[in-house]
Write a protein that binds this ligand. Structure first.
Ligand code: ZN
Length: 403
């Protein structure tokens, strides 16, 4: 850690060279802290009367540092030049990337700028480098869910939709699926926005609106090519959604993410995206609902005996114990460290397919899925509480947050 940026600058502004040096030191510290705190999502550099720097660590935005405002143009300028953006352009949002060697290897960062009322805001996102490490197990699929989901992946064609709000783990789930399929399938193509990192042996396409490379353009070209599996992160417009179903209908296995608060909420979202009902009941083979919870810190978690009310609500057995978050130096006094996903997997069986065709309501479809053995997000969450991965408060909060 270099010290310059910690020195308060009082009175007259520091000479330019000194400011540039301090800005560079600050940036080094910021990228270092982002990696150390595992700020895998994003570090933010907004401003008010001072330059406030925040890090998003495991989904929670945390204050990192406040520094004199005169460092702002230097830090922003340096980030923009690293990402090969137009440094003079301050009125239009820009996006770019850069890589930097660190102690743990080469890391890739994505930089996004946005003009705000007070000046330019910059969001730096640390991108995953090695996506091949993401597996169904390490993102939290329980054994029964992994089995149910593997069955879906073994289908020769059809569409599997991953649903949830922003930051619920949909993209990681798609990467885990690709890693699972990689051994058995020869030709897998992805369409991503943004490409979060590299997947060896997979053709990855980056959506770029400015260059006319939209999700729909890629889907149309993939339909003409000889590929077995298409992954789309995420279906945002009617044209892409309809093309994804068309691809599934014409013999491809399509894995896609969709912004919808739950698995069954996908139906109203698909309706909004004007996907013909015929496509849905003919080609949809599965739905996965996602949420992301924080992992309780193993170094300081405390065991407790749940109250009768919690036992009832969570359907616990008398011998089940739960854990509370406490906080220690290892978890930065947060009580949580790392994250784990919650999932609910719905396989579209003949009964559900018939109900979809008949236009059944979401509640009815959910009830039918439960009858067929779906484990709800809440039940999956409670099982993870009993296993000591997270807390009941966290599960309630994450599931409510998406409603
Ligand atoms: Zn701790």
């Amino acid at each position: 850690m270099k010290g310059e940026a910690n020195q308060p600058v009082e009175g007259a502004p520091a000479p330019l060279a000194e400011t540039a040096q301090a800005a560079q030191a600050l940036l080094d510290q910021l990228l270092d802290a982002a990696l150390q705190l595992r700020a895998a999502r994003r570090g933010r550099v907004p401003q008010a009367d001072k330059l406030t720097i925040r890090l998003r660590v495991e989904g929670v935005l945390r204050f990192w540092k406040e520094v004199p405002l005169d460092l702002h143009p230097q830090v922003v300028g340096r980030l923009k030049s690293l990402a090969k953006l137009d440094v003079a352009e301050r009125r239009r949002p820009q996006e770019g990337r850069f890589t930097q060697a660190t102690k743990s290897g080469v890391r890739e960062y994505r930089v996004a700028t946005a003009p705000m009322l007070d000046g330019e805001k910059v969001v730096v996102r640390v991108l995953h480098q090695d996506l091949s490490e993401i597996t169904l197990k390490n993102i939290g699929y329980s054994e029964p869910n992994a089995r149910a989901y593997s069955d879906l992946l073994s289908k020769p064609h059809g569409l599997i939709l991953h649903c949830g709000p922003t930051g619920s783990g949909k993209t990681s789930a798609l990467y885990a699926a690709i890693n699972h399929l990689k051994q058995n399938w020869r030709n897998i193509q992805t369409i991503e926005d943004p490409v979060e990192g590299r997947l060896s042996g997979i053709n990855q396409a980056q959506v770029n609106g400015e260059l006319g490379q939209s999700c729909a353009t890629f889907l149309r070209s993939f339909l003409l090519q000889d590929c077995d599996v298409i992954m789309v992160d995420e279906l945002r417009d009617p044209e892409s959604a309809q093309l994804a179903f068309q691809a599934a209908h014409s013999g491809h296995l399509v894995l896609a993410s969709l912004q919808a608060k739950s698995a069954v909420a996908a139906f109203s979202r698909l309706h909004e995206l004007r996907v013909p009902q015929f496509f849905i009941h003919a080609s949809l083979v599965g739905l996965v609902g996602h949420r992301m919870t924080r992992r309780v810190c193993k170094a300081c978690r405390r065991v407790f005996q749940p109250s009768a009310q919690i036992q009832r609500e969570c359907n616990l057995l008398p011998h089940h114990q739960l854990y509370q978050a406490v906080g220690c130096t290892q978890c930065g006094k947060l009580g949580y460290r790392g994250r784990i996903g919650l999932q609910e997997v719905i396989a579209i069986d003949p009964q559900l397919r018939e109900a979809i065709q008949a236009g059944a309501l979401e509640d009815e479809l959910y009830a039918l899925a439960a009858q067929s053995g779906m484990i709800s997000l809440f039940t999956d969450g409670v099982a993870k509480c009993v296993a000591g991965y997270t807390t009941v408060e966290e599960v309630y909060q994450t599931i409510m947050a998406g409603d």
